[in-house]
Design a protein. Structure first.
Length: 196
């Protein structure tokens, strides 16, 4: 079995850093784009809760800030807890490693790593997955994109059929009006013939 995730995204806020006993813990939320846009034209984004422990947690606390671009590897973990007598479920990423793709210089500016560093990160990430897993991911992504296109087409087709139905109703109404006019004219002509 394999439980490995590779994420590249931006921190939604500064990491929360705390200790539980002697263990250092950093918790943060990563905004990760899905790679396609919604119908409204905005990029679809997932917000993923991540956790790190020990020295990695300390480094995340010390070197990351809100809005910073990072790449991380980790494992998906699910857990549950009870709050107000209701069972709550949480899915999060437990970080194994992190690379800072932009570094905070001040509170407002960042400097990106070199293209070589980013290429190395992508290469390392690709090695974590078999070719079959990558193919399956690409196939699923392609299916999702096709479903989105089909939904848009179905919506457009439905709208077009509604417009056609409205036109047919107007034509039917117009035809009925013509039939009524013709009957009235015929009746009027018949009455004129009988009166003369």
């Amino acid at each position: 079995m394999l439980n490995k995730s590779v994420l590249v995204g931006r921190l939604t806020k500064d990491p929360l850093y705390y200790k539980r006993g002697e263990i250092m813990i950093a918790t943060f939320c990563l905004a990760v784009e899905r790679g396609y846009k919604s119908r409204e034209g905005t990029m679809v984004v997932d917000f993923i809760v991540c956790k790190a422990f020990g020295k990695l947690a300390y480094n995340i606390h010390k070197y990351t800030k809100k809005g910073q671009l990072v790449a991380l590897t980790g494992q998906i973990q699910s857990r549950s807890y009870t709050q107000d007598k209701k069972k709550q479920y949480v899915t999060e990423i437990i970080c194994d490693s992190i690379k800072f793709l932009t570094m905070p210089m001040s509170s407002k500016s960042t400097v990106p790593h070199s293209k070589e560093d980013i290429s190395d990160l992508i290469s390392e990430s690709a090695e974590l997955y078999s070719e079959e897993q990558i193919t399956n991911f690409e196939r699923e992504k392609s299916k999702a994109e096709k479903r989105a296109r089909d939904n848009e087409r179905n919506h457009a087709s439905h709208k077009m059929y509604n417009q056609i139905d409205q036109i047919v109703e107007l034509i039917d109404d117009e035809t009925k009006n013509e039939d009524i006019k013709e009957k009235l004219i015929n009746k009027s002509n018949e009455e004129q013939v009988t009166t003369s």
